[in-house]
Ligand binder design. Sequence first.
Ligand SMILES: *[C@@H]1O[C@H](CO)[C@@H](O)[C@H](O)[C@H]1NC(C)=O
Ligand SMILES: *[C@@H]1O[C@H](CO)[C@@H](O)[C@H](O)[C@H]1NC(C)=O
Ligand SMILES: *[C@@H]1O[C@H](CO)[C@@H](O)[C@H](O)[C@H]1NC(C)=O
Ligand SMILES: *[C@@H]1O[C@H](CO)[C@@H](O)[C@H](O)[C@H]1NC(C)=O
Ligand SMILES: *[C@@H]1O[C@H](CO)[C@@H](O)[C@H](O)[C@H]1NC(C)=O
Length: 520
Amino acid sequence: MMMAACPGLLLLLLFLPAWSAGAKLSFASYYADHMVLQKEPSQAVLWGYGKPGANIFVTLRQRRSQEHVMKKVTMVQDTTIWKVLLLAMHPGGPYTIEVQQSNKKKMSNVTLKDVYFGDVWLCSGQSNMEMTVSQIFNASEELAAASQYPLVRVFAPALVESETELEDLAGINLQWSIPTAKNLGHGDFTYFSAVCWLFGRYLYEKLRYPIGLIDSSWGGTPIEAWSSKRALAKCAVPPGDTKRFPVSDHNGGPKDYSVLWNAMIHPLLNMTLQGAIWYQGEQNTLMNTDLYNCTFPALIRDWRRTFHKGSGGQTPSDFPFGFVQLCTDRRAVTDDHFPRIRWHQTADYGYVPNEKMPNTFMAVTIDLGDHNSPYGSIHPRDKQTVAYRLHLGALAVAYGEKSMIFQGPYPQKVQVNVVEKYINVTYGERVHLHHLDNKIFEVCCSEQPPCKWSPVPIKSSSSSSVMLQNPVCPDAVDGLRYAWGDWPCEYKQCPIYNLHDLPGPPFITFARNNPGWTVS
Ligand SMILES: *[C@@H]1O[C@H](CO)[C@@H](O)[C@H](O)[C@H]1NC(C)=O
Ligand SMILES: *[C@@H]1O[C@H](CO)[C@@H](O)[C@H](O)[C@H]1NC(C)=O
Ligand SMILES: *[C@@H]1O[C@H](CO)[C@@H](O)[C@H](O)[C@H]1NC(C)=O
Ligand SMILES: *[C@@H]1O[C@H](CO)[C@@H](O)[C@H](O)[C@H]1NC(C)=O
Ligand SMILES: *[C@@H]1O[C@H](CO)[C@@H](O)[C@H](O)[C@H]1NC(C)=O
């Protein structure tokens, strides 16, 4: 809209109905100095509390510029809450936002300073999202570099659970801040999230305009805690005796259904966002594992619908949603729960975006395991590569860089030659074969009785295919899977990458439902 270009003063006028209860003029908890508000084409939502019956004027001022006046009148239905949509703004700042209340000749005002317009990203999940910059590789260099990114602003709600949906945050751990070594490295698993920070930093380096980051994450929490009752009902999630669930990491947050949705997501719905990123799933290797292919897409759909509604239509109803596919863990008990969650994270497609998960992007991290992490192997320290891969997906999916390659190689064809005992796997792009692995591909000869998986070695590769030797199935091959284990390869040493060093994601496929499967 044309007004977006006006850097001056913006005036909005609201009337609060006289019958509501009294309240002091203030902003909602998460509006503060140094914040980033969502830029054009969306309009940022601003809300707060005021005296019933008062007029509220909102003025946006940019330093050193001619003042322009724009006026808008809105009747607020609610009682002590005022809420305005700012005009769509170009990226930049700083702005001062002043809210003035005039109530029976009594004037009061509150002000936000040093506010920028840019892209606001929400970061959520469990401990691998929560893990702070001070815990990762090269922590001291990364912390020292914080001061070079004064336009990437950070905010973290307090860790709170609630039985009911809260309208505003019950507490704040880190109010909107300019990043410093101190506030990014506050302490282990508190704030600020390394993946969130690095993701924002990579985006800033590319986009060169302000980025606002909200880190709303808590270790050891299942997806059910971050899901509304509505989303859980979509997947018929059985009521859980959540006290009995084991804890996936030493940082065990609440497991009760919907309690973090209620306290740490619902209050944010009224803020306009660009998108969200998510690093969660470890806890669901221990509970409701085979519902994750429903609960994860349901959470994404529910967050999209509710953020869209809460922002009065300003947060897009299909906003980009990025996530990290689970890394590795040395489990005392070896089972296949890690690969199952990885697969379910893609709604069992193996890659995203797909029909069930449109406008999503995924960072594959099976090759970023860290045996020696002082926080346990479930908390690998290379978060730089995680965030880098994730930001490639954001550029492609959220920022429309059509030529950006962000997915690793995925197979398109499986050709089985029973006579000559080999299997060719043809990928959709050129493949860089790191080494001739002899364990990571596995076949099952027959699905009846249930598959018995046996490793088959890679024999050779051509530009976009690999040839597997198949000495194990004499008559037929029914199933093929790749990287189907807790810890499928060592650090940056998976066999299959593309030419951009992106690893091929794990997959499992069967002859009966794969049209690209041929036998000769
Ligand atoms: C805002 O309030 C402060 C202190 O209450 C006052 O000094 C200032 O003049 C007010 N600003 C406006 C524009 O009313
Ligand atoms: C999820 O995976 C389980 C186990 O493989 C399967 O039984 C179920 O049908 C899948 N659900 C969906 C919605 O794909
Ligand atoms: C935020 O949006 C939700 C959903 O539209 C609504 O129920 C709630 O009242 C809004 N809160 C405020 C403070 O406007
Ligand atoms: C840590 O810094 C070294 C030296 O700059 C660099 O080679 C390495 O890739 C960095 N590690 C990570 C995980 O970024
Ligand atoms: C399998 O790949 C090899 C090497 O690229 C090739 O020579 C052979 O013809 C392929 N076989 C089939 C059945 O495509």
